[in-house]
Ligand binder design. Structure first.
Ligand code: MG
Ligand code: ZN
Length: 226
């Protein structure tokens, strides 16, 4: 039997929309970061703290993905940042067509950058390109330092790793998390990954992450490889 190679990649529906979103962000010169983590790692709290910290420096809009409820979107709204809620109605990841529709509801020209908070799931959101300029993976210390080794896909694809809840570390704590091990394992998968240990609760480590964001928002295409 002869094998026929059509020599052309047929794009999936998601890839088509992702490519349109890439063009949208390029045309509007906006940084868009796709935040991915397990449930409960602190994505929303990091966003709120970051928005408040950068209030006078850059304007941030948020696309909030959840399976159900608008609990997180309402928390973001309290910061006065523009926010659009997507409910996936059971699906455990966001898709590029959903982002394309949400962008029409955001005042994009008034913003410096857009965060997408993906559905809490460390596995399959990494397989759905949304057209973003970069993925930010969040790992909280309560989840364990073995996660980069156990879930390599998302760590290999992310531009940034935020190690959250570092305020739980230290003497007398129940939490056993080796930051150096997590960093080494993440860098083995992705030598260029930027890593910021922080606590969205106490604000420790937040300044370095915010500085990186300001720089990246000024030059959204930097580090962009798709
Ligand atoms: Mg959340
Ligand atoms: Zn999924």
């Amino acid at each position: 039997m002869k094998k026929i190679n059509v020599g052309r990649k047929i794009l999936s529906e998601n890839e088509k929309y992702a490519f349109e979103n890439v063009l949208f962000f390029h045309k509007h010169k906006k940084l868009c970061l796709n935040m991915i983590s397990s449930p409960g790692s602190g994505k929303t709290t990091i966003l709120i703290r970051t928005i408040n910290e950068l209030k006078d420096k850059i304007k941030i809009g948020v696309i909030e993905g959840d399976i159900q409820t608008d609990i997180d979107a309402r928390r973001i709204k309290a910061t006065k940042a523009p926010v659009v809620q997507i409910n996936t109605d059971g699906a455990c990841h966001l898709t590029a067509p959903q982002i394309s529709a949400a962008l029409e509801k955001l005042p994009v020209d008034d913003l410096d950058m857009i965060f997408i908070e993906n559905v809490g799931n460390l596995v399959c959101p990494s397989d759905f390109d949304l057209g973003e300029n970069g993925k930010v993976v969040v790992l909280s210390v309560a989840e364990g330092d073995d996660k980069p080794a156990k879930y390599p896909g998302i760590f290999a694809k992310s531009r940034v790793l935020l190690i959250n809840k570092i305020d739980l570390l230290g003497a007398g704590t129940q939490v056993d998390f080796d930051i150096e091990r997590a960093k080494d394992d993440a860098r083995k998968l992705n030598k260029d990954i930027e890593i910021f240990p922080l606590s969205a609760k106490t604000g420790e480590g937040l300044a370095a992450w915010c500085d990186w964001l300001i720089k990246s928002a000024q030059n959204p295409a930097s580090g962009f490889t798709a």
